[in-house]
Design a protein around this ligand. Structure first.
Ligand code: TYD
Length: 206
């Protein structure tokens, strides 16, 4: 028996981190994030998000994939094999959307690179927290990192890229409306997880 792997996705300040953490707690799952989650990955994260850094798009895609490779090898695969559930704040879809749809690299190449990085590992369920760009921008509370400083058009491409992936995905995806209160969004997330994976979170809800 292996654990289940759930990835949370969404634009910047979509509220996905709050939802991912809460789901991990309710499931008693291992929680991680990308880029990062390992010592190597966290150094790559500093490089990738530093607003001073100017990175070529291909360099960016390779560093995101390197962080992902390390995370899968060190944490995700061993946890799943030990029958633990894993919840990740972002995974492959973030690269398809940010480096592909929004930055203009060929999406199929970015996908191939990620599949190489994960040695074929994909989430059992991807939950997209979908929020209109203007609303998510108005929710921001911290200093913008390199991606958050991008134009509104970039963030619109991120949102529509995610919706395109969700629509055409061969693997299980659920789109959750993230525009309500955190409690409303949590309810929708729980419903999506029980519908897709048969894991009931409601009883554990505090
Ligand atoms: P994150 O920490 O989730 O930022 P936030 O909490 O503000 O949503 O993600 C960091 C940034 O990295 C985010 O702007 C998206 C970007 N990113 C990519 O461009 N490609 C990727 O493959 C990943 C995992 C993240």
């Amino acid at each position: 028996m292996t654990g289940l792997f759930i990835a949370f996705e969404g634009g910047d300040a979509s509220g996905k981190t709050t939802q991912a953490r809460r789901t991990a707690e309710l499931l008693g799952a291992v929680f991680t994030r990308e880029p990062g989650g390992t010592v190597v990955g966290e150094s790559l994260r500093t490089l990738l998000l530093g607003s001073e850094t100017s990175l070529a798009f291909r360099t960016e895609a390779l560093l995101m994939a390197a962080s992902r490779a390390q995370l899968v090898e060190e944490l995700i695969r061993p946890s799943l094999e030990a029958a633990k559930h894993v919840v990740s704040d972002r995974f492959i879809a973030s690269s398809l959307v940010y480096q592909g749809y929004a930055s203009g690299l060929p999406v199929d190449d970015v996908r191939d690179l990620s599949i190489f990085a994960t040695d074929g590992l994909l989430p059992d369920l991807t939950i997209l927290i979908d929020v209109p760009v203007k609303l998510s921008m108005s929710r921001r509370t911290t200093e913008p990192d390199r991606f958050e400083s991008e134009t509104i058009e970039f963030h619109e491409r991120v949102r529509s890229g995610y919706l395109t992936l969700a629509k055409h995905a061969l693997e299980p995806w659920e789109v959750v409306d993230g525009s309500g209160s955190p409690e409303q969004v949590s309810q929708l997330v729980d419903d999506a997880i029980s519908k897709r994976l048969g894991l009931l979170l409601g009883d554990a809800r505090s």
